[in-house]
Design a protein around this ligand. Structure first.
Ligand code: ZN
Ligand code: ZN
Length: 242
């Protein structure tokens, strides 16, 4: 039986000397491939499974690499990360913020809704109003910041930092990962990591002055997961000899 490349169905490439390799556990007519053909095929897909694992025998490819391949980031193994990367969490947070703004603007109209979504703030405001009535003197309205919201922001940030730390700790090539973090990765729908970091720091500082900015900041957090996945994928692609 002739040994042919699984992809191009030729014995050798155009330059006539490319060796056929057997990169996985497949046997028979699909056992051999040209390294070039395999790499080219893998570069045309953005499905991680196809990049790291043979779709036929389900075994990881055995290829010469510059550095060990990273495991696929599995948000499912990390409960908090998984939860926080879900849009509904961010919809609920937006909902909270939206109605808190409406309540400030039209207190009577939105009070019934607000009793459900934001009892703590109403409690704070009414407490202060009662104090004003008792003392029979005008006081500037202050200290009515939505403290629950601020607490949620802080808790989510801490949770994210912990999750991210665990993901980075599990990496085999931490230094290379760091280098990729500072690189410009032009991927659609993914933030440039460096830009992401700067915008996060900026919005975090703004949040310290005004809690309403917290929602901008929190929206950025799931982007870290997407960026992390893109970097891992890019690192694995670049790890190969080519
Ligand atoms: Zn080929
Ligand atoms: Zn295979």
């Amino acid at each position: 039986m002739d040994t042919l490349c699984r992809f191009c169905l030729f014995q050798s490439t155009e330059d006539g000397n490319a060796e056929l390799i057997s990169p996985c556990d497949c046997i028979g007519s699909i056992q051999y491939v040209h390294l070039d053909c395999l790499l080219q095929w893998r570069r045309t897909t953005d499905n991680y499974e196809c990049i790291a694992i043979c779709q036929l025998c389900q075994q990881p490819y055995r290829l010469p690499t510059h550095w060990p391949l990273e495991d696929k980031p599995e948000p499912g193994h990390d409960g908090a990360w998984f939860l926080l990367s879900k849009p509904f969490v961010w919809i609920i947070l937006s909902y909270y913020l939206y109605f808190s703004i409406l309540y400030y603007a039209f207190p009577e109209l939105f009070k019934p809704i607000h009793v459900i979504v934001y009892p703590q703030m109403i409690y704070n405001i009414e407490l202060q109003e009662n104090e004003i009535v008792e003392q029979e003197q005008q006081q500037p309205i202050g200290n009515t910041y939505p403290s629950i919201y601020a607490t949620i922001c802080a808790a989510i940030t801490l949770l994210y930092m912990l999750c991210y730390y665990r993901h980075v700790k599990a990496l085999k090539n931490k230094i290379i990962y760091l280098i990729y973090w500072t690189k410009t990765l032009d991927y659609p729908f993914v933030w440039n990591p460096t830009k992401l970091l700067f915008v996060s720091i900026g919005s975090f500082i703004l949040m310290c002055f005004n809690v309403s900015f917290g929602i901008v900041y929190l929206y950025l957090l799931p982007e870290y997961y997407h960026t992390h996945c893109v970097i891992i994928q890019q690192m694995n692609m670049d790890a190969e000899y080519k």
